[in-house]
Design a protein around this ligand. Structure first.
Ligand code: 3PY
Ligand code: MG
Length: 265
């Protein structure tokens, strides 16, 4: 089976940078996947994609070196299975608030094969195409399962959640977590309360031998989180990148050409 390059990186003690797709476009996914990211996440929670568009984006990502991941909209066996069957090499599950949530999520990613405790139903239609004929024998150890910690309940149980065997790691949602901690939306990651929560989640992962990832609102935050030792960072999403570049170009176009002396009021 084609191995999961993201897991290869983590197993080698290296970190990774992922792109994040909120726009439901196969072409955009192909472009982002070919732009140097280690992985690309198709966001089916807050992003625009439904199943058909997610499938088209996974197909487009197959032409790129980026590992295809999906953030599902909820902790649902059916939805998680459909993402994996469509060829995702990993799933990010939002709002994992308890050990029970984490077990249900992790089991949804694993077949009840070879001693694994899992609930994944068999039928990896596209998984076989992208992974290879021996996909069923290796899928349990090649699919990345990341549980999101982004609520007070999730934070309270984080050490126990990190220890659930079927999950590979935790993925921090700083926006929801900031709200849960009473800091409101858009809290700065440097705020001591949020920073302490992030450090606690990171420590829980280290203690359990699991991967720690985080969604970041900016490239600067992603850089700082990598420096802090998190293994998977996401420097914002496609809509933010597009908006920022449009603003930058419009500002340039509308600025006076001072250097040529042709400035106009
Ligand atoms: C959060 O920050 O809450 C997220 O879910 C990031 O997408
Ligand atoms: Mg969230």
């Amino acid at each position: 089976m084609k191995s999961n390059r993201l897991l290869d990186l983590f197993r080698a003690g290296q970190s990774a940078v992922a792109g994040w797709m909120s726009i439901d476009s196969a072409f955009a996914a192909e472009l982002v996947g070919a732009s140097g990211f280690d992985a690309v996440v198709i966001d089916c929670q807050h992003g625009m994609s439904g199943h058909a568009q997610m499938l088209a984006m996974l197909q487009a990502l197959s032409h790129t070196p980026a590992v295809p991941l999906v953030r599902v909209s909820q902790n649902s066996l059916g939805e998680i299975n459909r993402a994996l069957d469509a060829g995702a090499y990993g799933v990010i599950c939002p709002l994992v608030n308890s050990v029970a949530d984490a077990v249900a999520f992790g089991r949804a990613c694993r077949y009840p094969l070879d001693g694994f405790e899992g609930d994944r139903s068999f039928g990896p239609a596209r998984g076989l195409l992208v992974g290879g004929a021996d996909y069923p024998q290796h899928a349990n150890t090649e699919m990345l399962a990341l549980a999101m910690i982004e609520t007070q309940a999730g934070l309270d149980a984080v050490e126990a959640i990190a220890s659930v065997p079927q999950i590979d790691g935790l993925f921090i949602g700083p926006s929801d977590l900031g709200i849960a901690l009473g800091l409101g939306p858009g809290a700065a990651y440097t705020h001591p309360t949020l920073a302490a929560a992030i450090a606690r989640i990171q420590h829980a992962c280290t203690a359990a031998g699991k991967v720690a990832g985080i969604w970041c609102g900016s490239a600067e935050m992603a850089r700082d989180m990598l420096a802090q030792g998190l293994q998977l960072v996401v420097p914002g999403h496609d809509a933010l990148w597009l908006k920022a570049e449009i603003a930058r170009r419009l500002a340039v176009v509308r600025s006076p050409r001072l250097e040529s002396g042709l400035a106009t009021p």
